[in-house]
Design a protein around this ligand. Sequence first.
Ligand SMILES: C[C@@](CO)(OP(=O)(O)O)[C@H](O)COP(=O)(O)OP(=O)(O)OC[C@H]1O[C@@H](n2ccc(N)nc2=O)[C@H](O)[C@@H]1O
Ligand SMILES: Nc1ncnc2c1ncn2[C@@H]1O[C@H](COP(=O)(O)OP(=O)(O)O)[C@@H](O)[C@H]1O
Length: 289
Amino acid sequence: MLTTRAPAKINLTLHVLGRRAEDGYHELESLVAFTGAGDVLSLEPGPGFGLEIEGPTAQAAGSGPDNLVLRAGENLAARVPGLKTGRFRLRKTLPVAAGIGGGSSDAAAALRLLATANGLPLEDPRLLEAARAAGSDVPVCLDPHARFMRGAGEHIGERLALPPLPAVLVNPGVAVETGPVFRRLGLAPGARCDGGAHPVIASGMEAEAFLSALVRGRNNLEDAACLVAPVIVDVLSVLRAAKGSRIARMSGSGATCFAVFSTRRAASRAAAAIKAYHPGWWVRPAMLR
Ligand SMILES: C[C@@](CO)(OP(=O)(O)O)[C@H](O)COP(=O)(O)OP(=O)(O)OC[C@H]1O[C@@H](n2ccc(N)nc2=O)[C@H](O)[C@@H]1O
Ligand SMILES: Nc1ncnc2c1ncn2[C@@H]1O[C@H](COP(=O)(O)OP(=O)(O)O)[C@@H](O)[C@H]1O
């Protein structure tokens, strides 16, 4: 049995640069980081693909052929003749349709497990192709470390060493689909946006320099997502008001938002205080990397 983690993806920034005429997808520039924890996926090698799923958000994710774990597996099998397959077991704890790429990270985890079972290096181009075919966010989740993502997610930058980023993640329990949030931007195919250049972020930046660059970035989907799910406005104001919070922003197309704190202790305290006032919200302290 092979096992790997499928950590949550956080878009520390998400700049929308325009909308492509060819396929209607939006061109992005996004600084992505990952949490330590997340879903857990195992593979028991054997004939054909199968999926068992359990955990608090298993039902919302679904175990049918549309589950991104199975889609990713089939995508790779279509590209690698004689691929060794097997039965996946997914422990699903990340909220679903939450802007933290849980399904994408599960799909990437499935590809990593299949790569190991088949002796394929992570750099095998067929893995990247199978990832792209499963969804825009899957390629960046293949090797879950902080980096830039560009295009509609198909261009992945080098790993970046970020300073320690103690954070709190909050999801208010409202599922937000990605497509409708992009549509709310109202960009015509071929349109370009001029929201200002992305702040310069370099590997090895010291914490204060990194945070002052980060605050000059943005998530262009925030306003559109707040129209779809107005509770995001409350989540952002709670995170901004939390003691020791340095920056609060939405991840992806929402509804999960994050705040970064100067210390782990401040993040843990803020998480406990938010949870006490909002017992129905999913609240997690996390180190981002
Ligand atoms: C917004 C982001 C940011 O990381 O994350 P999430 O909020 O989903 O976590 C991603 O770009 C989402 O990636 P993913 O969730 O894999 O999206 P996909 O399944 O490929 O696309 C869902 C729908 O969103 C729209 N879409 C997606 C990506 C993109 N760059 N432009 C788009 O217009 C398209 O309408 C597409 O049909
Ligand atoms: N393994 C999976 N985990 C979560 N959602 C999944 C999975 N497989 C398929 N899905 C579907 O993918 C869609 C997006 O889910 P998810 O990846 O959690 O969204 P987001 O990227 O916004 O966090 C949902 O509608 C869900 O039904």
